[in-house]
Design a protein around this ligand. Structure first.
Ligand code: CP
Length: 357
Protein backbone atom coordinates (compact mmCIF):
# COMPACT_ATOMS: atom_id res chain seq x y z
CA UNK A 1 0.00 0.00 0.00
CA UNK A 2 1.34 3.41 -0.94
CA UNK A 3 -0.02 6.91 -0.46
CA UNK A 4 -0.47 7.16 -4.22
CA UNK A 5 -2.93 4.24 -4.08
CA UNK A 6 -5.52 6.26 -2.17
CA UNK A 7 -7.23 9.63 -2.54
CA UNK A 8 -6.63 12.26 0.13
CA UNK A 9 -10.35 12.23 0.98
CA UNK A 10 -10.30 8.46 1.62
CA UNK A 11 -6.97 8.58 3.46
CA UNK A 12 -8.25 11.31 5.79
CA UNK A 13 -11.12 9.13 6.97
CA UNK A 14 -8.83 6.26 8.10
CA UNK A 15 -7.81 5.76 11.73
CA UNK A 16 -4.12 6.32 12.49
CA UNK A 17 -3.61 2.53 12.76
CA UNK A 18 -5.24 2.10 9.34
CA UNK A 19 -3.02 4.82 7.86
CA UNK A 20 0.16 3.14 9.06
CA UNK A 21 0.75 0.68 6.15
CA UNK A 22 0.46 3.55 3.65
CA UNK A 23 3.44 5.24 5.29
CA UNK A 24 5.87 2.31 5.21
CA UNK A 25 8.82 1.89 2.89
CA UNK A 26 8.06 0.12 -0.38
CA UNK A 27 10.71 -2.52 0.34
CA UNK A 28 8.41 -4.29 2.83
CA UNK A 29 10.86 -4.11 5.74
CA UNK A 30 8.18 -2.52 7.96
CA UNK A 31 10.25 0.65 8.42
CA UNK A 32 8.65 4.07 7.98
CA UNK A 33 9.01 6.05 4.77
CA UNK A 34 7.08 9.03 6.13
CA UNK A 35 7.18 9.50 9.93
CA UNK A 36 4.04 11.39 10.87
CA UNK A 37 2.66 10.07 14.17
CA UNK A 38 3.54 7.78 17.07
CA UNK A 39 0.96 5.16 16.10
CA UNK A 40 3.27 4.07 13.26
CA UNK A 41 5.67 2.44 15.72
CA UNK A 42 4.96 -0.98 17.21
CA UNK A 43 7.14 -2.72 19.79
CA UNK A 44 9.27 -4.51 17.24
CA UNK A 45 9.95 -1.31 15.30
CA UNK A 46 10.83 0.56 18.51
CA UNK A 47 13.28 -2.18 19.45
CA UNK A 48 14.84 -2.10 15.97
CA UNK A 49 15.29 1.68 16.09
CA UNK A 50 16.74 1.61 19.62
CA UNK A 51 19.19 -1.11 18.54
CA UNK A 52 20.16 0.93 15.47
CA UNK A 53 20.65 4.06 17.60
CA UNK A 54 22.89 2.09 19.98
CA UNK A 55 24.85 0.78 17.00
CA UNK A 56 25.31 4.24 15.48
CA UNK A 57 26.47 5.77 18.77
CA UNK A 58 28.97 2.91 19.21
CA UNK A 59 30.31 3.15 15.63
CA UNK A 60 30.64 6.93 15.97
CA UNK A 61 33.06 6.56 18.92
CA UNK A 62 36.05 5.75 16.67
CA UNK A 63 37.43 8.05 13.97
CA UNK A 64 37.16 5.30 11.37
CA UNK A 65 33.60 4.52 12.43
CA UNK A 66 32.58 8.18 12.36
CA UNK A 67 34.05 8.56 8.87
CA UNK A 68 32.22 5.44 7.71
CA UNK A 69 28.93 6.86 9.04
CA UNK A 70 29.60 10.17 7.32
CA UNK A 71 29.84 8.31 4.03
CA UNK A 72 26.61 6.33 4.19
CA UNK A 73 24.24 9.13 3.16
CA UNK A 74 26.71 11.61 1.66
CA UNK A 75 24.63 11.49 -1.54
CA UNK A 76 21.45 12.74 0.21
CA UNK A 77 20.18 16.22 1.10
CA UNK A 78 17.62 17.08 3.79
CA UNK A 79 15.53 20.22 4.22
CA UNK A 80 14.79 21.35 7.76
CA UNK A 81 11.63 23.43 7.52
CA UNK A 82 10.80 24.75 10.99
CA UNK A 83 8.08 27.37 11.02
CA UNK A 84 7.85 27.19 14.84
CA UNK A 85 10.69 27.91 17.28
CA UNK A 86 12.94 24.99 18.23
CA UNK A 87 16.38 24.37 19.70
CA UNK A 88 16.65 20.64 20.39
CA UNK A 89 14.55 19.16 17.62
CA UNK A 90 16.16 21.35 14.98
CA UNK A 91 19.73 20.92 16.20
CA UNK A 92 19.49 17.20 16.94
CA UNK A 93 18.06 16.50 13.48
CA UNK A 94 20.81 18.68 12.02
CA UNK A 95 23.47 16.82 14.03
CA UNK A 96 21.91 13.46 13.08
CA UNK A 97 22.15 14.45 9.40
CA UNK A 98 25.78 15.47 9.91
CA UNK A 99 26.61 12.12 11.55
CA UNK A 100 25.26 10.33 8.48
CA UNK A 101 26.82 12.73 5.97
CA UNK A 102 23.47 14.17 4.84
CA UNK A 103 23.83 17.74 3.54
CA UNK A 104 21.18 20.09 4.90
CA UNK A 105 19.35 23.30 4.08
CA UNK A 106 16.92 25.12 6.34
CA UNK A 107 14.11 27.63 6.62
CA UNK A 108 13.47 28.58 10.23
CA UNK A 109 11.23 31.55 9.69
CA UNK A 110 8.59 31.65 6.98
CA UNK A 111 9.16 35.43 6.74
CA UNK A 112 12.54 34.71 5.13
CA UNK A 113 11.03 32.44 2.46
CA UNK A 114 8.60 33.20 -0.34
CA UNK A 115 5.74 32.44 2.04
CA UNK A 116 6.26 36.10 2.95
CA UNK A 117 5.22 36.95 -0.62
CA UNK A 118 2.06 34.92 -0.28
CA UNK A 119 3.24 31.49 -1.40
CA UNK A 120 1.22 28.72 0.24
CA UNK A 121 2.87 26.23 2.60
CA UNK A 122 1.91 23.52 0.11
CA UNK A 123 3.79 25.24 -2.71
CA UNK A 124 6.74 25.94 -0.41
CA UNK A 125 7.06 22.29 0.51
CA UNK A 126 6.70 21.23 -3.12
CA UNK A 127 9.54 23.66 -3.87
CA UNK A 128 11.77 22.10 -1.18
CA UNK A 129 11.13 18.67 -2.66
CA UNK A 130 12.70 19.88 -5.93
CA UNK A 131 16.06 20.34 -4.24
CA UNK A 132 16.13 17.87 -1.33
CA UNK A 133 15.68 14.14 -0.67
CA UNK A 134 13.87 14.45 2.68
CA UNK A 135 11.88 17.12 4.52
CA UNK A 136 12.03 17.37 8.31
CA UNK A 137 9.29 19.79 9.27
CA UNK A 138 7.81 21.49 12.32
CA UNK A 139 4.57 23.38 11.94
CA UNK A 140 1.95 24.95 14.20
CA UNK A 141 -0.62 23.43 11.84
CA UNK A 142 -2.01 20.07 12.88
CA UNK A 143 -2.15 17.66 9.95
CA UNK A 144 0.08 19.68 7.58
CA UNK A 145 2.87 17.06 7.58
CA UNK A 146 0.32 14.38 6.75
CA UNK A 147 -1.21 16.37 3.92
CA UNK A 148 2.24 17.15 2.52
CA UNK A 149 3.27 13.50 2.71
CA UNK A 150 0.23 12.64 0.60
CA UNK A 151 0.89 15.54 -1.83
CA UNK A 152 4.53 14.58 -2.34
CA UNK A 153 3.75 10.88 -2.68
CA UNK A 154 1.34 11.85 -5.45
CA UNK A 155 3.81 14.14 -7.19
CA UNK A 156 6.60 13.39 -9.63
CA UNK A 157 9.08 13.77 -6.77
CA UNK A 158 8.09 11.66 -3.79
CA UNK A 159 10.42 12.22 -0.86
CA UNK A 160 9.97 11.23 2.80
CA UNK A 161 8.68 13.63 5.45
CA UNK A 162 9.57 13.50 9.13
CA UNK A 163 7.14 15.31 11.42
CA UNK A 164 9.24 17.27 13.92
CA UNK A 165 6.17 18.56 15.79
CA UNK A 166 2.70 19.34 14.46
CA UNK A 167 0.46 21.79 16.32
CA UNK A 168 -0.76 20.52 19.70
CA UNK A 169 -1.12 17.11 18.12
CA UNK A 170 1.97 14.94 17.71
CA UNK A 171 5.74 14.95 18.16
CA UNK A 172 6.67 11.40 17.12
CA UNK A 173 10.45 11.77 17.10
CA UNK A 174 10.34 13.25 20.61
CA UNK A 175 8.38 10.17 21.71
CA UNK A 176 11.02 7.96 20.09
CA UNK A 177 13.79 9.66 22.06
CA UNK A 178 11.71 9.49 25.25
CA UNK A 179 11.21 5.74 24.75
CA UNK A 180 14.91 5.30 23.92
CA UNK A 181 15.80 7.13 27.17
CA UNK A 182 13.38 5.05 29.24
CA UNK A 183 14.60 1.80 27.69
CA UNK A 184 18.23 2.75 28.41
CA UNK A 185 17.37 3.93 31.93
CA UNK A 186 15.83 0.57 32.84
CA UNK A 187 18.02 -1.74 30.75
CA UNK A 188 19.91 -3.06 33.78
CA UNK A 189 16.97 -3.13 36.16
CA UNK A 190 14.42 -5.30 34.38
CA UNK A 191 13.30 -3.16 31.44
CA UNK A 192 10.40 -0.81 30.78
CA UNK A 193 7.58 -3.38 30.96
CA UNK A 194 5.50 -3.17 34.12
CA UNK A 195 6.70 0.32 35.08
CA UNK A 196 4.63 3.30 36.22
CA UNK A 197 5.13 6.55 34.32
CA UNK A 198 3.81 9.86 35.68
CA UNK A 199 3.09 12.75 33.31
CA UNK A 200 2.84 16.17 34.96
CA UNK A 201 2.20 19.73 33.76
CA UNK A 202 0.32 20.93 30.71
CA UNK A 203 -1.05 17.61 29.50
CA UNK A 204 -3.81 19.22 27.46
CA UNK A 205 -1.60 20.98 24.92
CA UNK A 206 1.63 18.99 25.17
CA UNK A 207 2.09 17.11 21.89
CA UNK A 208 4.98 15.14 23.43
CA UNK A 209 2.58 13.70 26.01
CA UNK A 210 0.11 12.43 23.42
CA UNK A 211 2.85 10.77 21.35
CA UNK A 212 4.68 9.21 24.32
CA UNK A 213 1.48 8.05 26.02
CA UNK A 214 0.69 6.13 22.85
CA UNK A 215 4.16 4.56 22.53
CA UNK A 216 4.06 3.41 26.16
CA UNK A 217 1.03 1.26 25.30
CA UNK A 218 3.44 -0.82 23.19
CA UNK A 219 5.05 -2.05 26.44
CA UNK A 220 3.45 -4.66 28.71
CA UNK A 221 1.71 -3.44 31.85
CA UNK A 222 2.99 0.14 31.85
CA UNK A 223 0.69 2.22 34.08
CA UNK A 224 0.29 5.92 33.26
CA UNK A 225 -0.61 8.59 35.84
CA UNK A 226 -1.60 12.06 34.62
CA UNK A 227 -1.07 14.87 37.13
CA UNK A 228 -2.23 18.36 36.14
CA UNK A 229 -4.49 21.22 37.14
CA UNK A 230 -8.00 20.37 35.96
CA UNK A 231 -7.83 23.04 33.23
CA UNK A 232 -4.77 21.35 31.69
CA UNK A 233 -5.59 17.67 32.21
CA UNK A 234 -4.93 15.07 29.59
CA UNK A 235 -7.48 15.31 26.74
CA UNK A 236 -10.26 12.85 26.08
CA UNK A 237 -8.68 11.41 22.91
CA UNK A 238 -5.70 10.16 24.96
CA UNK A 239 -8.04 8.72 27.62
CA UNK A 240 -10.11 6.96 24.93
CA UNK A 241 -6.95 5.56 23.35
CA UNK A 242 -5.78 4.18 26.72
CA UNK A 243 -9.21 2.65 27.36
CA UNK A 244 -9.20 1.03 23.92
CA UNK A 245 -5.74 -0.42 24.66
CA UNK A 246 -6.92 -1.58 28.14
CA UNK A 247 -4.05 0.36 29.73
CA UNK A 248 -4.13 1.00 33.47
CA UNK A 249 -4.15 4.76 34.10
CA UNK A 250 -5.03 7.37 36.74
CA UNK A 251 -5.89 11.05 36.55
CA UNK A 252 -4.70 12.98 39.59
CA UNK A 253 -3.90 16.41 41.03
CA UNK A 254 -1.41 15.14 43.61
CA UNK A 255 2.17 15.08 42.30
CA UNK A 256 3.79 13.86 45.52
CA UNK A 257 1.47 10.82 45.76
CA UNK A 258 2.10 10.02 42.10
CA UNK A 259 5.89 10.32 42.46
CA UNK A 260 5.80 7.79 45.32
CA UNK A 261 4.17 5.26 42.97
CA UNK A 262 6.32 6.09 39.96
CA UNK A 263 9.34 4.61 38.21
CA UNK A 264 9.61 7.56 35.83
CA UNK A 265 8.29 11.13 36.02
CA UNK A 266 7.83 13.12 32.81
CA UNK A 267 7.49 16.84 33.56
CA UNK A 268 6.23 19.34 30.96
CA UNK A 269 6.04 23.12 30.80
CA UNK A 270 2.88 25.20 30.51
CA UNK A 271 2.33 25.67 26.78
CA UNK A 272 1.01 29.23 26.97
CA UNK A 273 1.85 29.90 23.31
CA UNK A 274 -1.48 28.17 22.61
CA UNK A 275 -3.53 30.45 24.93
CA UNK A 276 -6.72 31.63 23.22
CA UNK A 277 -6.49 34.93 25.11
CA UNK A 278 -3.22 36.50 26.23
CA UNK A 279 -2.30 35.60 29.80
CA UNK A 280 -4.99 32.90 30.16
CA UNK A 281 -2.51 30.29 31.45
CA UNK A 282 -1.12 32.68 34.05
CA UNK A 283 -4.53 32.57 35.80
CA UNK A 284 -4.19 28.80 36.39
CA UNK A 285 -2.60 27.81 39.71
CA UNK A 286 0.30 25.56 38.71
CA UNK A 287 2.22 25.82 42.00
CA UNK A 288 1.46 22.19 42.94
CA UNK A 289 2.78 20.86 39.64
CA UNK A 290 6.48 21.54 40.04
CA UNK A 291 9.24 19.04 40.79
CA UNK A 292 11.82 20.05 43.39
CA UNK A 293 13.91 18.65 46.23
CA UNK A 294 10.86 17.30 48.10
CA UNK A 295 9.63 15.35 45.08
CA UNK A 296 13.15 14.11 44.32
CA UNK A 297 13.34 12.70 47.85
CA UNK A 298 10.21 10.64 47.08
CA UNK A 299 11.50 9.22 43.77
CA UNK A 300 12.76 5.62 43.82
CA UNK A 301 16.52 5.03 43.87
CA UNK A 302 16.37 3.57 40.37
CA UNK A 303 13.66 5.96 39.15
CA UNK A 304 14.20 8.63 36.53
CA UNK A 305 13.10 12.18 35.85
CA UNK A 306 12.47 13.27 32.27
CA UNK A 307 11.44 16.49 30.54
CA UNK A 308 11.19 17.10 26.78
CA UNK A 309 12.59 20.62 27.45
CA UNK A 310 12.62 23.57 27.25
CA UNK A 311 11.74 23.99 30.93
CA UNK A 312 10.79 27.04 32.88
CA UNK A 313 10.50 26.44 36.62
CA UNK A 314 8.69 23.09 36.63
CA UNK A 315 11.91 21.25 37.55
CA UNK A 316 14.08 23.03 40.13
CA UNK A 317 17.70 23.33 39.06
CA UNK A 318 18.73 21.63 42.34
CA UNK A 319 17.63 18.35 40.67
CA UNK A 320 19.98 18.75 37.71
CA UNK A 321 22.99 16.92 39.13
CA UNK A 322 21.04 13.99 40.56
CA UNK A 323 21.81 10.76 38.65
CA UNK A 324 18.07 10.21 38.19
CA UNK A 325 17.73 13.48 36.22
CA UNK A 326 17.71 12.22 32.65
CA UNK A 327 16.72 15.33 30.71
CA UNK A 328 20.21 16.21 29.49
CA UNK A 329 20.89 12.64 28.39
CA UNK A 330 17.40 12.51 26.92
CA UNK A 331 18.25 15.50 24.73
CA UNK A 332 21.45 13.84 23.45
CA UNK A 333 19.61 10.55 22.94
CA UNK A 334 17.45 12.50 20.50
CA UNK A 335 20.40 12.90 18.17
CA UNK A 336 21.12 9.14 18.11
CA UNK A 337 17.54 7.96 17.67
CA UNK A 338 16.95 10.58 14.95
CA UNK A 339 20.11 9.40 13.19
CA UNK A 340 18.69 5.87 13.43
CA UNK A 341 15.34 7.00 12.02
CA UNK A 342 16.93 8.86 9.10
CA UNK A 343 19.21 5.90 8.33
CA UNK A 344 16.26 3.50 8.51
CA UNK A 345 14.11 5.74 6.30
CA UNK A 346 16.80 5.53 3.62
CA UNK A 347 17.06 1.74 3.96
CA UNK A 348 20.38 1.53 5.81
CA UNK A 349 19.31 -0.49 8.85
CA UNK A 350 20.83 -3.80 7.72
CA UNK A 351 24.00 -2.23 6.36
CA UNK A 352 24.76 -0.29 9.55
CA UNK A 353 23.79 -3.14 11.88
CA UNK A 354 26.02 -5.52 9.93
CA UNK A 355 29.03 -3.29 9.21
CA UNK A 356 32.43 -4.22 10.62
CA UNK A 357 32.91 -1.27 12.98
N1 CP B 1 11.56 19.04 22.99
C1 CP B 1 11.52 19.93 21.97
O1 CP B 1 10.75 19.76 21.03
O2 CP B 1 12.38 20.97 22.10
P1 CP B 1 12.55 22.16 21.05
O3 CP B 1 11.23 22.90 21.00
O4 CP B 1 13.69 22.98 21.58
O5 CP B 1 12.85 21.55 19.72
Amino acid sequence: MRLNDISWEDFETLSLEQKRPYLEREEGDGLPYHTLFAQQFDRSLLERLCALANRIRFINKSREGALYLKSVLAHKRAMLYFSQPSSRTFLSHLAACQILGVTTGSVRDAATSSEFKGESKEDSIRTFSSYFDMIIMRSPEQGLAEKMAWELSNSSRSIPIINAGSGKDQHPTQALLDIYTLVRSFENTGGLDGRTVVFCGDLLRGRTVRSLSYLLTRYEGVKQIFVAPKELQVPQDVISMLEECSVDFEVSTNLKDAVKKSDAVYMTRIQDEWDSSKGASAKIDTSMFKFGAEELALLKEDGCLLHPLPRRDEIATCCDRDPRAMYWRQMRNGMWIRAALIAATFGLEREIMGCGY
